[in-house]
Design a protein. Structure first.
Length: 266
């Protein structure tokens, strides 16, 4: 994700760098309140391009601080409105941190519910982003197609426009409760897997020196020829020298953060 364009387009004397998790963002918002830096720019560590004349703070994710912000929002916002904050975060749009930070400030300072006040820039933008992410969620729920592995696990690969796997988990758990399945996001390189009891987040960690495309394909049911071809094409695309021994990082919304979603996904 490239946040640099949004950063360099404006000036701020304070910049918070965080770890690209929702809990990290909430921690940054907490620090903004404590330090009274209400116009601070919040951005991902890895995306930061140094600016002159700015005070830089690296924010360490803190569950207690994040929880304090969230508890404040529970008192001010409906479950649906809180879910919009999560959807905005999962949109991965470059302006998401600013929108969420300013929306939170507006919500916490208001004596009335702000959810329908579309005259406010950030309320409107949050609603619009929520609709976009919601449409992508429903599209994934409608069009994901599973293929069968030899061990009877069903597998699907997707490349959604937004990071919607945390949002579709409960749908597929309910619909396919009697079978093991995996949905893997090729774009973000992580997936969700159901083991007949619960849904877990997974990563694929290929050791390219010991596993070749034919060995990967061999895991699939022999009848799924087209799917095997798709998987082989994907594997070949990542089987390049510069990416050997790649370790896939944890995604922005690990399972332990799903508590922030109002949907039940356990």
């Amino acid at each position: 994700m490239n946040h640099s364009s949004s950063i360099v387009s404006k000036f701020s004397s304070v910049i918070y760098l965080y770890d690209n998790t929702f809990e990290g963002l909430l921690t940054s918002i907490y620090e903004g309140y404590v330090q009274k830096n209400f116009q601070a720019i919040i951005t991902i560590k890895e995306a930061y391009i140094p600016l002159m004349f700015a005070d830089i703070f690296t924010i360490e994710t803190n569950a207690d601080k994040a929880s304090r912000v969230w508890k404040g929002l529970v008192k001010k916002l409906s479950p649906g409105e809180r879910n919009l904050l999560v959807k905005c975060f999962l949109s991965e749009l470059p302006q998401r941190e600013e929108i969420i930070f300013q929306y939170v400030q507006y919500a916490l300072s208001s004596t009335i519910n702000i959810g329908s006040n579309y005259g406010n820039k950030y309320v409107l933008e949050l609603a619009q982003i929520g609709k976009m992410v919601g449409r992508e969620k429903h599209r994934m729920e409608a069009f994901v197609r599973f293929q069968k592995l030899k061990d009877e696990t069903y597998y699907a690969v997707v490349e959604p426009d937004f990071d919607v796997l945390p949002l579709i988990s409960s749908h597929f758990k309910g619909r396919y409760a009697d079978q093991k399945w995996i949905i893997y996001d090729l774009k973000r390189k992580y997936g969700i897997a159901y083991d007949l009891e619960k849904v877990n987040q997974i990563k694929l960690d290929f050791e390219l020196e010991t596993i070749d495309a034919d060995n990967v394909v061999a895991a699939y049911d022999i009848e799924e020829v087209l799917y095997q071809t798709l998987w082989k094409a994907y594997f070949n695309s990542v089987n390049i020298k510069e990416r050997k021994n790649m370790k896939l990082h944890l995604r922005s919304m690990p399972r332990r953060y799903w508590k922030y979603l109002t949907e039940k996904m356990l």
